[in-house]
Design a protein around this ligand. Structure first.
Ligand code: NAD
Length: 251
């Protein structure tokens, strides 16, 4: 059990990587506090985790709302008495189009859901973790490191690269307080946002990877588990690529 007695917030837990992570963390002994917009998906997952002997609660909400990250922290305190980790994973790809054709609104939506939400999450979680230390993990993307041949990714790439900068600043500011902050940078992953159900998109993305396949959501969840667990105790400020080699494709 890698996460025994740890209480961990997971956002974007209603599907894809977040749902896989929530189930994995609970199976590894964590109390999980689940966030995303869709209540019914979250409640189904909470029930499934409970049936497997795990402990989970949820609070539906939008990561763009200023109070939502704090409400998840409050729920962790109320239900489980503290907070040890957070997997700030909710995100969207947004409109895929060249920047010159992108509307201001489309740009802002991606930046607020992906990057401003990371700021809001850290702002709510850090004060709580000052008491007994903790580990924060953000879901960035290989696109925030090296475009890898993906078209129309201006806003998404900026949001995910910005998240790495934010993560490294947080890591530097809070290392001495026992708070570690890292990011996982997934390659193409089979999820609703990753083209699930669309064979031609899946094939295009798979072929960009040297491994000639996409990740399963659980393969990304395993990396987040490592960063949240004490096995990564000397890691902070690390943008951890879990990308099937896509970022070295042209190297
Ligand atoms: P997904 O669409 O299955 O899951 C996204 C989750 O984020 C859902 O639970 C959704 O409800 C939640 N979410 C989206 N907007 C939200 C909002 N405003 N408020 C609250 N919750 C919100 O997609 P996924 O692929 O599992 O994505 C998870 C993360 O992984 C995202 O940050 C995404 O950018 C990142 N990522 C995905 C891939 C991929 O190929 N699938 C690759 C690299 C990075």
């Amino acid at each position: 059990m890698e996460l025994s007695n740890k209480t961990i917030i997971v956002t974007g837990a209603s599907s894809g990587i977040g749902a896989a992570a929530a189930a994995l963390f609970a199976a590894e002994g964590a109390n999980v506090v689940l966030g995303a917009r869709r209540a019914s998906e979250l409640e189904t997952l909470v029930a499934r985790i409970g049936q497997s002997g795990g402990r989970a609660v949820c609070l539906p909400g939008d990561v763009r709302d200023k109070g939502y990250a704090g409400a998840l922290v409050d729920l962790a305190l109320k239900e489980f008495g503290g907070l040890d980790g957070a997997f700030n994973n909710a995100g969207i790809v947004g409109e895929l189009r060249p920047v010159a054709e992108m509307t201001f609104e489309a740009w802002n939506e991606v930046i607020s859901v992906n990057l401003t939400s990371a700021f809001l999450a850290a702002k709510a979680q850090i004060p709580m973790m000052k008491q007994r230390g903790g580990s924060i993990v953000f879901t960035s993307s290989f696109v925030g490191f090296s475009n890898g041949g993906m078209p129309g990714m201006g806003a998404y790439a900026a949001s995910k690269a910005g998240m790495v900068g934010l993560m490294q600043s947080l890591a530097s500011d809070h290392a001495a307080e026992g708070i570690r902050v890292n990011a996982v940078l997934p390659g193409g992953t089979i999820t609703p946002a990753g083209g699930e159900g669309n064979p031609s998109v899946l094939e295009f993305i798979a072929n960009l990877h040297p491994m000639k396949r996409m990740a399963a959501a659980d393969e990304i969840a395993q990396a987040a588990l490592f960063l949240l667990s004490d096995r990564s105790s000397f890691m902070t400020g690390s943008p951890m690529l879990v990308d099937g080699g896509i970022s070295v494709r042209l190297a």
